[in-house]
Design a protein around this ligand. Structure first.
Ligand code: NDP
Length: 440
């Protein structure tokens, strides 16, 4: 058995879940490179080091609901690897999370962060608490209690959390406020803050905008443009909102968006102003948008993948595209899939996608790294007490995505492999070099 197979077997025995799926996808794509360098990698136990988090912190979060009852949730922070810089990665508040979720997301984050070219390590965390259906006071009390434990393990040079699913600038505000109360320090420990108190202008937009910038550059390399293309978007949260906005600004027509309850199809193209207007006060933006727009139709409990479009941007959650969905997308003649969400395409769906050689597939690590890259701009801004304008952060984001597109294109041309390989190869090499040189 090869070194790679040994390591994968060990993880499989430990737990068969999303973490295993992410690790096997990553290493499988690098199999040839790993086999060629087996002696060096094995001697330095690189694969074991990369699949074993530096530490996993799990804690109890006790908070009071509005009826005076005490409630208990689990809090997590997986500090996976800091060979390139302080741990960095979002906090997710969602009912269906566990240690496996955060190990999977933390593992992906190491390599995504490496692709930005900035000094940031990988981490991820959160809780099985959800803000959905909670009052403002309940959310505040939960965030304060969560931070009362987490603050012991984070800091501007140690670990810098941000938002993710279920954690927007509202939750970040409460978390940051509690961090300050406990430490008596105003520093850049959390990113995704309101620009009023240290947040970056353009951070909310960055993941969605970055997704469109890298898509634009990689399409241009094929002599194509976003102008006039039709786009299917899933999700209606942070990433999806700004992907819709930027795609529209760049001349594309966005046909759909979705949430956990269904999707909306708007044949005339999503009206961006109406989308943001409705999103301010809606518990189900998909349904409410469709009610306000005559050209839109609401499809309850359905995913948007059967809608025919040139470009598909999954921006909701993991494993939202399965094998059957991928077959539909391919048979619709789609020319590009760019992943705004983390691991939205499961491994079986990827097999279908990779069989269609001329389909441009941009993997999440590269496609959505604009968000974390901008978080580092926020950290720089906070540590230097300087101010970045929206245009400054947008220009820098655009440059980051262009550099990454160029680097990936070079690998694709040199090896004849795909962009998933390029992203994995570029990030793996950086992290391995940092681990070996620092004796970690
Ligand atoms: P949000 O919480 O803002 O939005 C998530 C969206 O996805 C909501 O519309 C939600 O609908 C929908 N959704 C969640 N679960 C499901 C499901 N099972 N089926 C269908 N729709 C679902 O999260 P973000 O936009 O921040 O994150 C989206 C994805 O992008 C995640 O994978 C995240 O890890 C990734 N990402 C985010 C970054 C960021 O900067 N925010 C950076 C890099 C990656 P509903 O409201 O009904 O639950």
């Amino acid at each position: 058995m090869s070194y790679l197979n040994d390591v994968l077997e060990n993880i499989k025995a430990e737990k068969d879940g999303k973490f295993y799926e992410a690790v096997s996808e990553f290493f499988d794509s690098l199999k040839e490179y790993i086999d060629e360098n087996e002696e060096f990698l094995k001697k330095n136990a690189i694969l074991e080091k990369l699949t074993t988090p530096d530490r996993i912190i799990q804690f109890k979060v006790v908070w009071n609901d509005d009826n005076g009852n005490e409630r208990v949730n689990n809090g997590y922070r997986v500090q996976f690897n800091n060979s390139l810089g302080p741990y960095k990665g979002g906090l997710r508040f969602a009912e269906n999370v566990n240690v496996d979720t955060f190990k999977f997301l933390g593992f992906e984050q190491i390599f995504k962060n490496a692709l930005t070219g900035q000094p940031i390590g990988g981490a991820k965390g959160g809780s099985d608490f959800t803000s959905k259906g909670k009052s403002e006071n309940e959310i505040k009390r939960f965030c304060q209690s969560f931070m009362s434990e987490l603050f012991k393990y984070i800091g501007p040079y140690q670990d810098v959390p941000a938002g993710d699913i279920g954690v927007s600038s509202r939750e970040i505000g409460y978390l940051f406020g509690q961090y300050k109360k406990l430490t008596n320090q105003f520093n850049g420990t959390l990113t995704g803050k309101n620009p009023l108190y240290g947040g970056l202008n353009g951070r909310s937009e960055a993941t969605g905008y970055g997704l469109l910038y890298i898509t634009k550059y990689l399409l241009e390399n094929r002599g194509l443009s976003l102008e006039g293309k039709t786009v299917v978007v899933s999700g209606a949260g942070n990433v999806a909102s700004f992907a819709i906005k930027k795609a529209t600004e760049l001349g594309a027509k966005v046909l759909t968006f979705s949430n956990s309850k269904g999707y909306v199809l708007d044949e005339e193209g999503i009206d961006v102003d109406l989308f943001f207007e409705v999103s301010k006060n809606s518990n189900n933006i998909v349904k409410d948008y469709a009610e306000k727009r005559s050209s839109a139709k609401y499809f309850e409990s359905e995913k948007p993948w059967k809608v025919k479009a040139d470009i598909v941007l999954p921006c909701a959650t993991e494993n939202e595209i399965n094998r059957e969905d991928a077959k539909t997308i391919v048979s619709n003649g789609t020319i590009c899939i760019a992943e705004g969400a983390n691991m939205p395409t499961d491994n079986e769906a990827k097999e279908v996608i990779f069989n269609k050689k001329d389909l441009l597939y941009i993997p999440a690590k590269a496609a959505n790294c604009g968000g974390v890259s901008s978080s580092l701009f926020e950290m720089s801004q906070d540590s230097g007490y300087v101010y970045w304008s929206s245009s400054m952060s947008d220009k820098q984001l655009d440059r980051t995505m262009k550099n990454l597109a160029d680097d990936m294109e070079k690998v694709v041309k040199e090896t004849g492999k795909d962009y998933q390989y390029a992203a994995n190869y570029l990030s793996f090499k950086k992290v391995v070099k940092a681990i070996v040189e620092q004796g970690l």
